[in-house]
Design a protein around this ligand. Structure first.
Ligand SMILES: O=C(O)CCC(=O)C(=O)O
Length: 394
């Protein structure tokens, strides 16, 4: 039986309750049925309650728009085909074990030498570490996660005001990763903000929730202090002067991705974010305390990093490993993560410190400006291999 017949024969009285506009949306959805595999499930719920169906119709309607945000509150019962990964490229969740010895560094321990040693070890062996006693107030972290949740809970109309697929925009809400380039989408919506200098960018930021700007500005300032401190320690751990990295990267930019991964009907078929490395100096990740999702690659195996109370995950790039990481999704719960990225200034020339190589011919990568690297990164798919490979000396 086709959907129109199903609706008109069983639900004609209920459909009369819909306004002309709503009816139009329902009809439009029916026309789109072939495009959207979930519609049959949607229409099956019509006999239950027309108001529920109406709500779902609106949400599916928004989803059918060009933008495809998935934080609409609509609970899909199957994964839309454009999110389904081919079999060899699925997360194989049953094979993933916990990252038991994930390094945790106590920045408040008072022993600088020990901290620097631990950082050297973590960056060489793991490419990431967790930090505790990091100086960012617990309240700042909690409020950040709360306001992020509130933002993604806003009505679609409100969120859509910020929607853009243009990576050069300094404030934008988008979905998946690079929707214009990729073939298969990721189960994620994200709000991407430039955050430094704050007074240049906060005027573009969301005005809702009303507390957003204040809470997020505060969070960004505290994170920047932490990031610069970590880069000093990383510099020292490489045997360089503590200011070496901060000096050579110029007036560093700061970006933020507030990631929202809605409950996913079939988490084993897709990713929130597929395996990737980040295109910046340092990433400081605030994880949802309730829902795990971050996984890191170690010796060819994916390991899940459980959120550690009040800790941040720091992912480093350089002589040190640039860790492959990914985010998987949860069948029942939404997950939030907040990634803060410290980025070299656009004109900073990225090159191996001469203190670390005997002569220039040993440099594995050619020199490049950060602007060149960043543009290359966004011109490709997220999971297309490490962007740095393109800068290798031949
Ligand atoms: O959600 C996560 O745990 C990872 C986020 C991430 O990798 C990113 O935003 O680049």
């Amino acid at each position: 039986m086709n959907q129109t017949a199903f609706l008109t024969s069983n639900q004609s009285s209920d459909l009369k309750l819909l306004s002309a506009n709503e009816l139009h949306i329902v009809q439009d959805l029916i026309k789109k049925e072939k495009q959207f595999g979930t519609l049959s499930k949607l229409t099956q719920s019509f006999p239950i309650r027309v108001d529920l169906a109406k709500r779902q119709c609106f949400q599916e309607y928004y989803h059918s728009m060009e933008t495809q945000l998935i934080s609409s509150g609509f609970r899909y019962s199957t994964l839309p085909p454009s999110y389904v990964r081919p079999v060899p490229d699925r997360p194989k969740l049953l094979e993933v074990t916990d990252y038991h010895n994930a390094p945790i560094i106590d920045l408040g321990c008072g022993d600088r030498k020990f901290i620097v040693q631990q950082i050297a070890q973590a960056c060489q062996q793991y490419g990431f570490f967790q930090v505790i006693n990091h100086g960012v107030a617990r309240e700042t972290m909690e409020k950040m996660l709360e306001v992020a949740n509130e933002f993604f809970g806003l009505p679609m109309e409100e969120k859509m005001k910020l929607y853009s697929n243009d990576p050069s925009k300094t404030t934008r809400l988008s979905t998946s990763s690079n929707i214009q380039k990729e073939k298969i989408h990721n189960w994620r919506d994200y709000l991407r903000l430039h955050c430094y200098p704050l007074d240049k960018y906060t005027k573009e930021w969301p005005i809702n929730p009303p507390s957003f700007k204040e809470i997020v500005s505060n969070y960004c300032s505290e994170i920047r202090q932490l990031g610069l401190r970590l880069q000093e320690a990383i510099s020292e751990s490489l045997g360089l002067d503590k200011d070496y990295i901060n000096n050579c990267l110029g007036e560093q930019g700061q970006h933020m991705a507030i990631n929202y991964y809605p409950p996913c009907p079939e988490p084993e078929l897709t990713y929130g974010l597929p395996a990737h490395t980040d295109p910046n100096t340092l990433t400081i990740l605030l994880q949802d305390m309730q829902v795990t999702g971050l996984q890191l690659l170690k010796n060819g195996k994916w390991l899940a990093v459980k959120p550690f109370p009040n800790a941040f995950v720091a992912l480093s790039n350089s002589k040190y490993k640039s860790t492959w990481h990914r985010a998987v999704v949860n069948a029942h719960k939404a997950r939030i993560s907040v990634a803060s990225f410290l980025c070299p200034s656009n004109t900073a020339l990225i090159k191996a410190p001469k203190e670390l190589i005997e002569d220039e011919s040993q440099a594995i990568y050619r020199d490049y400006t950060y602007a060149e690297y960043y543009n290359k990164f966004w011109s490709r798919n997220l999971d297309q291999g490490h962007c740095l490979e393109l800068f290798k000396n031949i």
